[in-house]
Design a protein around this ligand. Sequence first.
Ligand code: TRP
Length: 327
Amino acid sequence: MKKRIYSGTQPTGIITIGNYLGAIKNWLLLQKDNDCIFSIVDLHALTIKQNPEEFKDKSLSFLAQYIACGLSPEKSILYVQSHVLEHTALCWLLNCMTYIGECNRMTQFKDKSKKHEDNINMGLMDYPVLMAADILLYKTDLVPIGIDQKQHLELARNLAERFNARYGDTFTVPDGFIPTVGAKIKSLQNPESKMSKSDSNENASVGILDTPDMILKKFKRAVTDSENKVCYDENRPGISNLINIYCGFTGCSREDVEKQFSDGGYGKFKLAVADAVISVLEPIQKEYAKIMNDKKYLLNVIKEGDEKARNIASKTLREVYDKMGIV
Ligand code: TRP
């Protein structure tokens, strides 16, 4: 049976090859035979200060990148969160049944509070409740997320159960789905930590829109160890990360790679990794340029996506109002 799948991405930073392997490739598989909704969660991004000039174009660019990667506006619903007002309405209703302690103890809230000491705003604390509203509005069965969002999904499940117990069966209790590959893609400069879409060190992350020259340069500079032997080993995170990237982009197994590159050092392998990444990204970048050149098409995709999303969301919200006794 078809499942309703929902995922959201904040339009901040860049879309990296880690996002591509960990999230996007999965979405492409899921959209084949499920009912998928993908949202650009711009309201979530505003919990951190954004520069309006830069922020303006980000949602469009992110959407175009997703479509260029193969997310289909025909098969799936692609839309912008802030365009569907039901999200903030349900968020408020859920706020009234979320305990402060539940938000207060979220690790991401604590981390972000430390990082943005001068801007610990209400939205930052409310972030997981808005995320719960995103998910529950669409009666989602399955939510593909990174491991860092597990606690937030747990809150969405609790709120669904709490609401259902108080007001009668309304929301689907969503399951999380944490793909294992993406979590494994690490920073090229510090292979102990995850490749981030907002790393301040340019060489740490490869963006899916990076030019072939940039990609080559970044892989050449990737931090490895001094053993110079292409061999997967958890104690050598740099080379292991490069092997994971190579496998993700070529479909090869680790054993294949080790055999194929057994007599070359890291230098030769780094070039091969760059090549593999470039050859997958090149057609995507061409498609992206085409879409960005056709703003009319892109705006139309968003308009239609918004409408489809609003259709579902408004039905759920009406049901919720009714259950809560709102006239
Ligand atoms: N918090 C998620 C993240 O940063 C983004 C997000 C917002 C989301 N709403 C969502 C993900 C709903 C899945 C479902 O990764």
